[in-house]
Structure formats: structure tokens, C-alpha cells
Ligand binder design. Structure first.
Ligand SMILES: [Zn+2]
Length: 61
């Protein structure tokens, strides 16, 4: 009964895991702005932002 299982604070590992996933292309996309109009493409787009690394991407709606 001496050992205390201590994996209660995995916050750093969680963040590192997130960055690793980002490096592999697995971003955590959340919609940043809904339905913007891209003048260049001439159509509506949706902006997504990664919660981990802040990278953005746009998709045509
Ligand atoms: Zn990312």
C-alpha cells in the first residue's frame, strides 16, 4: 500500500500529444468563423482553426 498511482496530471503530456497529432496532420479543427465570402474564389467559405496549434484552413461551403 505504499505506492501511489500518480497519473492525475497529464496536462503536459496531453498538450504534447496534441502537437504530435498536429505534426501528423491530425488537427483539432473548430469552426472559427461561419460562412465568410471569399472574394478571390467568389463563394462562401468556412474558416476552421486548430485548437492546439492555431493553424487555420478554409473550406468551401
Ligand atoms: Zn493543429
Amino acid at each position: 500500500m505504499g505506492d501511489v498511482v500518480r497519473f492525475k496530471k497529464p496536462s503536459l503530456k496531453e498538450k504534447a500529444k496534441g502537437r504530435t497529432l498536429c505534426g501528423r496532420g491530425f488537427h483539432k479543427w473548430v469552426i472559427d468563423q461561419k460562412k465568410q465570402f471569399d472574394v478571390k474564389q467568389g463563394k462562401l467559405i468556412t474558416i476552421h482553426r486548430c485548437r492546439h496549434c492555431g493553424e487555420t484552413k478554409t473550406t468551401a461551403t
